[in-house]
Design a protein around this ligand. Structure first.
Ligand code: ADE
Length: 224
């Protein structure tokens, strides 16, 4: 999968992709990430990419021309399965949406800043408006990093069998069950006997019961 990210703060996206599973996915050639600096498409030599809000009010809005120039260049080279704008007024990102996005070949992400982007960009190009939660970030970059991480770990071959995404929380609408490792006894807390029994079918049954109980207690909304 190829993911292009358009931002006016490319520095914010340097480290999230340089470690761990997202890094490994790139090293294995399973994910290709390209960060594009919107300033390269500025409308003048002062690097202008934003402007005042028509009608008055505080804050600046990203202008159409730099985004359109960058998008047109990218879209002339390949077609995108989704063109995503990260924004607090978008659809909340949940696992089923991540799963759908992970099936694409090419994704294009636009990070908002300041007061947002001119509405006409949303009308002209954007296929998905996505929020990572009901709170306001300073820009879409951290949202884009979250989305990329969630999508890339699902790409075939990225996770080993032992870390398979199928056992993640949310994949079956259940939270993940508790897990333990050695030592089996610590400060008087012991690991549940069943996990030491070697009885795999009973362990699986226990895990399912625990996942269900945890979901009922913490996120009953997932069970509806
Ligand atoms: N930009 C600002 N806040 C955001 C949020 N909650 N999700 C995605 N992008 C954002």
């Amino acid at each position: 999968m190829r993911i292009d990210i358009v931002t006016c703060q490319p520095e914010l996206l340097a480290s999230p992709f340089a470690y761990s599973i997202v890094k490994r996915a790139q090293d294995k050639g399973l994910a290709e990430l390209h960060v594009h600096d919107l300033r390269r498409y500025a409308i003048n030599k002062h690097g202008q990419i934003d402007d005042y809000v028509f009608g008055g009010g505080a804050g600046m809005v990203l202008r159409v021309e730099p985004i359109a120039a960058c998008f047109d260049e990218l879209m002339a080279q390949r077609s995108y399965d989704a063109i995503v704008y990260l924004t607090p007024d978008g659809e909340t990102l949940r696992q089923p949406l991540v799963n759908r996005l992970s099936l694409g070949e090419n994704l294009l992400l636009l990070c908002g800043h300041y007061k947002g982007v001119d509405e006409r960009i949303r009308q002209e190009y954007i296929t998905h408006e996505i929020s990572i939660g009901d709170y306001v970030l300073s820009g879409g970059e951290l949202g884009a990093a979250v989305l990329v991480d969630a999508v890339v770990r699902l790409l075939p071959g990225v996770l080993g069998n032992e870390e398979s995404a199928l056992s993640d929380s949310f994949q079956d609408n259940l939270l993940a069950p508790p897990v333990y490792t050695r030592p089996a006894e610590w400060r008087g807390h012991s690991v549940p006997d069943i996990l030491l029994s070697g009885n795999t079918p009973r362990v699986e049954e226990w895990r399912h019961e625990q996942a269900l109980a945890r979901t009922q207690q913490r996120r009953p909304d997932l069970l509806n």
